[in-house]
Design a protein around this ligand. Structure first.
Ligand code: GLY
Ligand code: MN
Ligand code: MN
Length: 439
């Protein structure tokens, strides 16, 4: 499923309206990234550029000009068609394609950008530009402004420079029903990948081999991971950004998998933690139940009108109570929360916005205050507990256990909607699934 061009046009309509008359917005896609000699990373368009254009080729710049009369025009600067280059590197939409297939009012060869942009900048009041993403492009924009001012005695460059991210990030933060459909597909594929991992894991398997099982499902669905996969057995789960994934998975250990895919530019983000041998030990079970209860409570707090921080507060309360009940923390729960004593075992936030970027755009606060959930915002809910292997303040039996459970949740008028519900997380369900896979 792909979004129709009309959806991208609708986004440009909204942006043009927010820009007001006599303005210009310039937005470039990201640069191609070289991995090493003659080998580059697979290109992935800049999220905000793609959000407004639906155009996935490298070397492209979109320009939106608004006029006095509420009208606006959309120009796309892109690579020209070139038979030889296309034989080597693949299809290009070219100038005609930009107009016919991507709905541009005007299209130009990207090589003409420096020349054509000056005329477009003249006599506009405001320039909307995403400052600070690409130093080389920032320098070009400065140069254009200087040139527009210098060469034209009776006309001038825009007097105001406005951070375009402020507008586009807010647009991206609230997802349309169509975007949520894409996110649901991404979530379903990722849930299937986690299910497969639970079914395929065996003691002695390497972490990267288990990662390959997830990649198999992503690849079968034409997807790529939306971030570097974490597959951490035993104490490796206590390293929050563990991505080496090069150790054997041991009988009796848990394995934490934080991995998910991107579908049509929309990310999912799932973590599951389960026993390598299919059965939780008593200590693993005790800690897991605490994390799971905190996650259910946090998900329940993703409600329209609640502050962004409520899920975190709900999770911290249950985690701290659980740590006290199990004897890992000592003292009064409220005091331990106030002094953030729980951070010894829970040192990260409970989630982040999710969308085209895995850590999606959009502010978390409005002024001094946490903002409130609105219909269509998507957030991850990912509490965890991490007992460092060398933590001598706790009984030895707890050390080296790391657990996180992460789901993707939409705030809706009917309450929280979990996109990633297709992969089990209750202990009985995990053990049942894993036992069935071995039978
Ligand atoms: N997988 C990235 C995160 O959970 O934040
Ligand atoms: Mn996350
Ligand atoms: Mn994650």
């Amino acid at each position: 499923m792909k979004l129709p061009q009309a959806d991208f046009r609708h986004r440009r309509d909204r942006l043009a309206e927010k820009m007001g008359p006599n303005s210009i917005a310039i937005i470039a896609t990201r640069e191609e990234m070289y991995r090493n000699r003659d080998a580059d990373y697979k290109f992935r368009a800049d999220s905000s550029f793609f959000y407004l254009t639906g155009f996935a080729e490298p070397e492209a710049v979109a320009v939106i000009e608004t006029f006095e009369d509420d009208d606006y025009s959309y120009s796309l600067f892109c690579r020209e068609r070139n038979r030889e280059m296309e034989i080597w590197n693949g299809y290009r939409a070219g100038i005609d394609g930009a107009i016919e297939d991507y709905d541009a009012d005007e299209a130009y060869a990207i090589d003409l950008l420096d020349e054509e942009i000056i005329e477009k900048l003249l006599n506009k009041e405001r320039l909307y530009y995403r400052i600070g993403h690409n130093a080389a492009f920032d320098a070009r924009v400065s140069q254009w402004i200087k040139q527009a001012d210098g060469e034209h005695r009776h006309q001038s460059a825009p007097a105001q420079l406005v951070q375009l991210d402020r507008i586009v990030d807010e647009m991206r933060l609230v997802k349309s029903p169509q975007e949520l459909e894409l996110m649901q597909i991404a979530a379903n594929i990722s849930a299937e990948a986690h299910t497969r991992a639970m079914q395929m894991v065996r003691p002695g398997m390497m972490e990267y081999a288990l990662e390959a099982e997830l990649n198999y499902i992503f690849g079968q669905n034409g997807c790529v991971p939306s971030y570097n996969s974490i597959v951490g057995g035993g104490a490796n789960a206590c390293i929050l950004h563990y991505v080496e994934n090069n150790q054997p998975l041991k009988d009796g250990d848990l394995v934490l998998i934080d991995a998910a895919c991107e579908y049509e530019f929309y990310a999912s983000d799932i973590t599951r933690t389960f026993p390598v041998n299919g059965k939780f030990s008593a200590e693993q079970k005790a800690l897991y139940e605490v994390v799971l209860a905190s996650q259910y409570a946090a998900i329940d707090a993703v409600r329209i009108g609640n502050s962004y921080r409520e899920p975190h507060e709900a999770a911290v309360k249950i985690l701290t109570e659980g740590l006290v009940n199990l004897g890992l923390l000592k003292g009064d729960v409220n005091e331990l929360i106030k002094t953030e004593a729980y951070r010894q075992f829970y040192m990260h936030g409970t989630g982040h916005w999710l969308g085209m970027d895995v850590h999606d755009v959009g502010s978390y606060k409005k002024g001094e205050d946490w903002r409130q959930y609105e219909e269509g915002m998507v957030v991850t809910v990912e509490p965890g507990l991490y007992i460092a292997p060398d933590d001598e303040t706790v009984d030895e039996k707890w050390r080296g256990i790391g657990i996180r459970i992460e789901d993707d949740v939409v705030a809706t008028s009917k309450g929280p909607r979990v996109l990633t519900a297709n992969v089990v997380k209750d202990i009985a369900d995990i053990e049942h699934l894993m036992a069935q896979a071995k039978a």
